[in-house]
Design a protein around this ligand. Structure first.
Ligand SMILES: [Mg+2]
Length: 290
């Protein structure tokens, strides 16, 4: 009797041990990251019939965000604050050499003179901080209201990729909320559900480091050699190539003169239609499978 009780207890202990091991395994980050998220349509490369994948940069690729988004929002912020200043397309292109919005305003007014009344460092810093906050809010509203247009050909290529079951991703180190809002508003919820989005501070080292693309590769279970990245800048191209991926460059307003010699292909834009010389889905597929 005592023996069978001990035997029962032992069986129970073994069962509990096996159960907790299985639970811990199911919760492991490696397995978790590879679990397909069905119901939300996002799938791993292995779930798709296609044997290549397509990743987009956001700024400059999905939309010309600097020219058509940040620039007009800086101008709106200046107007709202009563500052007599307008940045046109050419001037803003030169100002982009200064990284960061606050630094950009400071550099500009240090060069051309500060608005009247802002004669001390403290007042100038307050002005720049206030304008930057205002501009950031205006930019979010701008995207939300659909005022920032998608670049030509983006929807055409996205729709063809969805129809062919090609895994899709967006890899950007810009603000996560801005990237997601842009995709949701400009492409719609249904298309968005087909994308895996890697944005914001998900990696410590931004482009030109390859980290964001390596993260997408790991999380989506991709083969780097069969992944096509669409980028618009030299730093984005460098990141994609360093991750071992193919890269097509669609030049944007402020990157047109950068060095794209490392690219697999360089075009002005994806193009509204294939008949008009746009990049065809077959072209991208051929690049992915080459
Ligand atoms: Mg870009």
């Amino acid at each position: 009797m005592a023996f069978s009780f001990r035997c029962l207890l032992l069986h129970k202990l073994v069962f509990i041990l096996l159960l907790s091991t299985a639970r811990a395994f199911m919760r492991s980050p490696v397995l978790g990251s590879r679990t397909p998220r069905r119901g939300n349509v996002r799938m791993m490369a292995g779930d798709s019939n296609a044997n290549w994948a397509l990743l987009f940069d956001c700024d400059g690729v999905l939309a010309d965000t600097e020219r058509d988004g940040h620039r007009p929002c800086f101008n709106l912020a200046f107007k709202e604050k009563g500052i007599d200043c307008t940045w046109d397309v050419v001037l803003y292109g030169n100002l982009l050499e200064v990284g960061g919005g606050k630094e950009r305003m400071t550099a500009h007014w240090n060069k051309v003179g500060w608005p009247s009344g802002y004669d001390s460092d403290a007042k100038r810093q307050d002005l720049v901080r206030e304008l930057h906050m205002l501009k950031t809010n205006l930019f979010m509203n701008y995207i939300e209201e659909g005022k920032l247009p998608l670049r030509p050909g983006v929807l055409r290529v996205v729709d063809a990729a969805i129809a062919a079951g090609v895994p899709l991703g967006v890899c950007s180190t810009s603000n996560d909320k801005a990237v997601r809002t842009l995709i949701r508003v400009l492409m719609g919820e249904e298309r968005m559900s087909h994308f895996q989005i890697f944005a914001g501070d998900v990696v410590p080292k931004k482009k030109p480091w390859p980290d964001i693309y390596l993260l997408a590769k790991e999380q989506m279970g991709l083969d780097a050699r069969r992944t096509v990245v669409i980028e618009d800048s030299h730093i984005g191209l460098t990141a994609a190539k360093a991750a071992g991926m193919k890269c097509l460059v669609t030049k944007s307003s402020y990157t047109a003169n950068e060095d794209f010699r490392a690219a697999d292909r360089v075009v002005e834009e994806l193009g509204k239609d294939e008949a008009g010389g746009g990049v065809s889905f077959k072209d991208l597929e051929a690049l992915g499978l080459s």
